[in-house]
Design a protein around this ligand. Structure first.
Ligand code: GLC
Length: 495
């Protein structure tokens, strides 16, 4: 029970964090006193508590073993090399190079008529991801702009509809190719799906303006229309969970579509002056999805409760260890979508990010946006290969590990094997920096008796000086980060 309460508090905090983060960009027009009033649920319902179904709890433990995933934002927007979806949204932070809004939106929407990614090859992507050492994929089947990268019978706005030139290809359903290819190579498969759909007339009703990201009518005033939208969403998620084999993760974005109980004052501010409640009926969606895939992980981002099985800090790494399952999603460049000459982070930074995330108990979901032809930019692929080379040597300190106190200590990032018998101490090196000849290991609760360098075997020379353990390392042994395997004295219990 206590564990429950801690988990719940952590989830709630992280939901607030996500809301506050986006609030920077939100329309913070003045709130009415009623909207400002503190909204605290008096008692918690089933839906508000974290999932405790053992099938899901166990599955999360398996998911935690994967550590490193591949996120792909890909849609019609790649043709213009612009931000995914957002340029058709009227919020003050969005610019369109001064272009007239109506003309812009019309041409953006028509991008389905020219989308023809002739070089798309799911095998290539899967090979690139495998080379990087990634273990799961999360693909944008539908972003906020509503264009479906899968075959949906509930809209014509899809890659396999005849309005899109790519539909002429027999396997135009790229979601199918991605899911089947990655699955066949041992990856877990995750589907990103945007709850808000800016193309659907039951979300952005065409007879009114669309002042921001939200639904542009009050669902409470027009419950029939909102119900149509709920049915549409339910049906599309039905397709994704029933037509593509057993997917592993349903990754739901667009946290402003959320039930009333989850609307804190901060979130209410983020929702904008009208603050409509947009309850999509997640219990029904989850029930339907889990009837087909009982161990499906559901990530109803930032909402908290039963259907946010893990939290997803975006473009950031928590300050310290977090006990609940979590995943940092992060762009390799500055953008989620393909933009020409994106400013990719260095391999060194990316490896350090992975080590930092894993030491704090999370997974890293690293995003690369393919171009309009369906090709992953070469500069990104080079970095993926380099991360993979590092992981080939040091992966033992990353995959299937668990955090170890004190998690982070100066340059050190710590992990341990699941049985607790072995610790891993990763020393982060700056670009081109050589490993110092002598380093002091962080203090553990037991005495190290043997230390070796991953990928090398043998023992590293060490000296105990009081409670300090000094390691003597050959300075040439440096490449972004150096991982030591630490073994301890056996206790009486044989641990
Ligand atoms: C941000 C972006 C959204 C993207 C998401 C991925 O919320 O606005 O476009 O899909 O991050 O985490």
């Amino acid at each position: 029970m206590k564990k429950h309460i801690i988990l719940f508090a952590a989830l709630l905090l992280s939901a607030l964090g996500a809301g506050a983060q986006v609030a920077v960009n939100a329309d913070s027009a003045s709130l009415t006193p009623a909207q400002k009033c503190i909204h605290h649920p008096r008692h918690y319902t089933e839906e508000q508590m974290p999932e405790d179904n053992p099938i899901i709890v166990d599955r999360l433990e398996e998911w935690k073993d994967l550590k490193f995933g591949f996120m792909v934002h890909w849609g019609i927007y790649a043709q213009w090399g612009v931000v995914e979806s957002w340029s058709i949204c009227s919020e003050p932070w969005i610019t369109r190079d001064g272009r007239d809004y109506m003309t812009y939106v019309q041409s953006y929407r028509a991008l389905n008529k020219s989308f023809k990614p002739t070089k798309f090859d799911a095998n290539r992507w899967a090979k690139n991801a495998a080379d990087a050492g990634m273990k799961y994929v999360v693909f944008t089947t539908k972003h906020h702009d509503g264009f479906c990268m899968f075959d949906s019978k509930y809209t014509d706005y899809t890659i396999s509809n005849k309005s899109c030139p790519y539909s002429k290809k027999i396997d135009s359903d790229v979601t199918r190719s991605i899911v089947e290819t990655f699955r066949s190579k041992g990856f877990w498969t995750g589907l990103y799906f945007s709850k808000p759909d800016w193309h659907c007339p039951d979300y952005w009703a065409p007879e009114w303006a669309t002042p921001d990201r939200n639904v542009n009518y009050d669902p409470q005033q027009d419950p029939e229309r909102w119900q149509r939208y709920c049915d549409f969403t339910y049906n599309q998620i039905y397709e994704l969970t029933h037509n593509y084999g057993p997917i592993d993760i349903l990754w739901l974005d667009g946290g402003w579509v959320r039930p009333e109980w989850s609307i804190t004052p901060e979130i209410r501010e983020w929702l904008g002056c009208r603050g409509y409640v947009q309850d999509i009926d997640m219990p029904a969606i989850a029930k339907m999805a889990r009837e087909k895939i009982p161990d499906l992980l559901i990530v109803d981002r930032s909402v908290g409760g039963k259907y946010e099985n893990y939290t997803t800090p975006e473009q950031q790494i928590p300050q310290s260890y977090m006990p609940q399952p979590w995943e940092t999603c992060m762009t390799m460049g500055d953008s989620w979508s393909y933009v020409p000459n994106d400013n990719y982070k260095s391999t060194n930074t990316l490896i350090h990010t992975l080590c930092d995330v894993v030491a704090k108990g999370g997974n890293l979901l690293l995003n690369v946006g393919p171009d309009a032809y369906g090709v992953l930019p070469e500069r990104a692929v080079v970095r993926m290969k380099e991360i993979g080379q590092w992981l080939k040597i040091n992966g033992e300190a990353i995959y299937e590990t668990r955090p170890l106190m004190p998690f982070v200590d100066g340059r050190w990032r710590l992990t341990q094997s699941k049985d607790g018998k072995t610790a891993y101490a990763i020393y982060l090196l700056d670009e081109g920096e050589a490993m110092p000849e002598v380093v002091t290991l962080p203090k553990f609760d037991r005495n190290p008796v043997k230390v070796s360098l991953l990928g090398k075997g043998g023992s590293v020379k060490m000296r105990q000086d009081g409670s300090n353990t000094e390691l003597y390392v050959h300075p040439s042994e440096s490449n972004h980060a150096v991982a030591f395997k630490v073994q301890f004295e056996k206790t009486k219990k044989g641990r």
